[in-house]
Design a protein around this ligand. Structure first.
Ligand SMILES: Cc1ncc(COP(=O)(O)O)c(C=O)c1O
Length: 407
């Protein structure tokens, strides 16, 4: 019996509920058939190569990073005694990133994780356990991974309103900190607008009040260091105690790969547990089994690109972002904020209408609810050609769904 039986839909479209209409075959199916099915599925998935994806923060990874990832696919860093090679590469990755993000010479540390969600969760977990407090002060722009972390860790949010440029307000942060504050969060490259919080001011406030400041630079971390005049955001600033940065976004590693850096390595003691059946007596963090492939891919991406490569990439994606910004303006669209990084959002009364129209024609764009806006992430897979194509289709979409000017 084949796996596709009993009238199972060819490709289920409804998310969530799944009924048991497929049967695990009794015997192996022919390899050729299996591979055909996989090919069919893989071509259904969008890929980055045609440059039409503008709603994702992931991109076409570097070939060298993919090769590195494949070479380590079967290794499990969760059992580090069996993976001394991966463990050494992880240390080297963390060391290079601590240097890039101005960590202290002594006492710092970090891990290669599965992405920004795990890194943000881990940072709050450490802060909660170290402080025995139950509140987190975070900007309204914080990624939804924090909402999950707050729920899992049973922490209470103290939301900080944003200024007109979509950034956290330091004075509101100061007001929100109390004797119950476990941590403050700032964002360097917000998910919706790419806004960079005033981390320097917030760091000074956090240090003054004796609370840790976690910076979520999941997106901005591999862009901001190379943008002339970009605001500071990293461990070099007073008060910043931990930092998330995602190799699988602008770092050009394949998914999944995130990094959490900490100023004080001993902070991790509060999230370590005994792991008697493994090769190390203690394990730190959320996951048991850990993908060595993420470490190898990140290592390969960092060394293949180097500072020059990331700098060129930042300059190129910013140039394309400005091209899109100018093109959007020509269509009468008004940006929500002037882009700092390679994200641009335009006010629009019906972004979902535009998004759906574009999707049906093979273009992935995204939308924001508050304020109502169309959002574009200009990742390295974008090109002059794809931006021109996007603008052409956008112009047609706007004839159907006109933009209303604000201001
Ligand atoms: C600023 C920021 N932080 C965290 C995350 C979560 O990262 P991930 O999806 O890799 O878990 C994202 C995802 O887009 C993000 O934009």
């Amino acid at each position: 019996m084949t796996a596709r039986t009993r009238g199972a839909p060819k490709s289920p479209r409804v998310r969530g509920a799944v009924s048991p209409t497929l049967t695990l075959p009794d015997r192996p199916i022919p390899t050729a058939l299996l591979r055909r099915r996989l090919r069919e599925a893989v071509v259904e998935d969008w890929d980055f190569s045609n440059g039409r994806i503008f709603g994702s923060m992931c991109t076409q990874p570097l070939p060298e990073a993919v090769t590195a990832s494949r070479a380590f696919l079967t290794a499990n860093l969760g059992n580090p005694g069996l993976c001394p090679g991966t463990a050494r590469l992880e240390e080297e990755v963390v060391s290079m990133l601590l240097d890039l993000f101005h960590g202290p010479q002594f006492g710092a540390g970090g891990w290669v994780l599965s992405g920004g969600t795990e890194a943000n969760l881990t940072a709050l977990w450490m802060a909660r356990n170290a402080s025995h407090r139950n509140e987190v002060v975070l900007p309204e722009s914080a990624h939804f991974s924090f909402v999950k972390a707050l729920d899992l860790l049973q922490l209470e949010p103290k939301w900080v309103p944003l200024d007109a440029a979509g950034r956290s307000r330091p004075e509101e942060v100061r007001r929100a900190i109390s004797s119950r504050t476990a941590a403050v969060v700032a964002v360097a490259g917000s998910t919706e607008l790419g806004a960079v919080d005033p981390v320097r001011e917030i760091g000074e406030i956090a240090a003054d009040r004796g609370v840790p400041l976690h910076v979520d630079a999941a997106f901005g971390g591999f862009v901001l260091p190379w943008l002339p005049g970009a605001p500071g955001f990293d461990l070099g600033l007073t008060g910043v105690t931990s930092l998330t940065v995602d190799p699988h976004k602008m770092g050009l590693a394949p998914v999944p790969a995130g990094v959490l850096l900490v100023r004080h390595r001993e902070m991790s003691g509060s999230i370590s547990v005994a792991s008697p059946y493994l090769s190390s007596p203690q394990t730190t963090g959320l996951l048991g089994t850990r993908a060595s492939s993420a470490v190898a891919a990140t290592y390969a991406a960092l060394l293949s690109l180097g500072r020059q490569g990331y700098s060129a990439q930042a300059a190129r994606t910013l140039r394309l972002t400005r091209k899109l910004l100018e093109g959007g303006r020509r269509w009468g669209l008004e940006p929500v904020v002037e882009p700092t990084v390679n994200i641009v959002a335009f006010h629009h009364p019906n972004p979902m209408g535009v998004q759906t129209w574009m999707l049906e024609r093979g273009w992935d764009v995204s939308s924001i609810r508050t304020p109502s806006a169309l959002r574009f992430v200009v990742m390295p897979h974008a090109s002059d050609r794809s931006i021109s194509g996007l603008l052409r289709y956008l112009g047609r979409a706007l004839e159907r769904f006109p933009a209303s000017r604000r201001g």
